[in-house]
Design a protein around this ligand. Sequence first.
Ligand SMILES: *Cc1c(COP(=O)(O)O)cnc(C)c1O
Length: 405
Amino acid sequence: MDRDETLFNYLKEENNRQNDGIELIASENFASKYVRALCGSILTNKYAEGFPGKRYYGGCVHIDEIENRAIELVTRLFNCKYACVQPHSGTQANMIAYYALLNTGDKILSLSLDEGGHLSHGSKVSFSSKYYNVDFYHLNKNGRIDYDALKEKALEFKPQLILAGFSAYPFEIDYKRIKEIAREVGAYFMVDMAHIAGLIAAKELTNPLEYADIVTSTTHKTLRGPRGGIVLTNDEEIIKKVNKACFPALQGGPLENIIAAKAECFYEALQPEYKEYIHQVKINTKACSDEFTKLGDLNSGTENHLFLLNTKESFGITGKEAQEKLEEIGITLNKNMLPNDTEKPSITSGVRVGFAAITTRGASENDAIQIARIIDGYLKNKIEKSEALIAVKNLTKMWKEIEEI
Ligand SMILES: *Cc1c(COP(=O)(O)O)cnc(C)c1O
């Protein structure tokens, strides 16, 4: 049988786009060829409903070995006792965590999407606000969590679950403080480390498993694995509930090809090279943020792999306009609400900038500084489009190429 050439042409073009551009979307990364090979492997052929040793289908000997390997590696990586590696995505992982610990109508206290939270943390367009009663805590004027106000809100709202872990938060989180608040009001403490899992794995940020009852994550962001989710805990009763919530309650057959790819990414994250990589991500992010500050551009500063750039104050344009203008010169990033933003989420006053992806390709601290200068120059109309395109090309051609398959 012939393959669909139309489709393979699209793949080639997407491959060129990934190689020619500067990828600054903070939630993206480039998975290794081993991770990608496992995603596309024959493991996709196998049905394996259930869990290792307790499957509904025969022929699961090697599938069990693979899933057990993933569990063994991820629990070693995050220094915890139990893991469910089957969630198909970060959103699924969160849905599974809520389902395991709460009844519909129970109360969740989280940070809103507008201030750096995630859709699945109670946005009005998400299942989370439909099935649970969600209220929000907020950031202070410096863009950091207002822990005192969080405590007041928790005492008043009396949630069953307090959720921390965000999509656009550039600072370290005080898990100990939130745990104390959760204990005081009798709530579970859940952390969604989707964005920062890689930094935690490399011990460049605090490990929330020391404090939280339950931790969810994606595997495809800073962790650099396949698109997917995980749920971790140190509590034996909680993992039993999580596994039941995952299957049969919310998912069907697990994606064992993706679980194998997750295991490979956990293995890679345990290697010394990965620690160096994450360290470099932090250096690059800070170098770019500092350069913007030097150029007079208002930004959040950073303690992890991302920062928020205020495009309205810095360049007199909205986040949406900045995103579109930068795409013209091959720089991809996303518009993002700033703390107390007065623009709509579809417009915004700023953009989110992250360095996990291009650091994988070999971007250096100096490249990160260059990138701030290109963005500043282009958005202030100090450099022409043709000039900016050349500057982008000069950077990307020095970096590691991403192979098509
Ligand atoms: C990305 C993200 C998710 C969701 O991941 P998907 O795999 O896209 O569903 C959940 N929580 C946080 C904090 C995230 O940043």
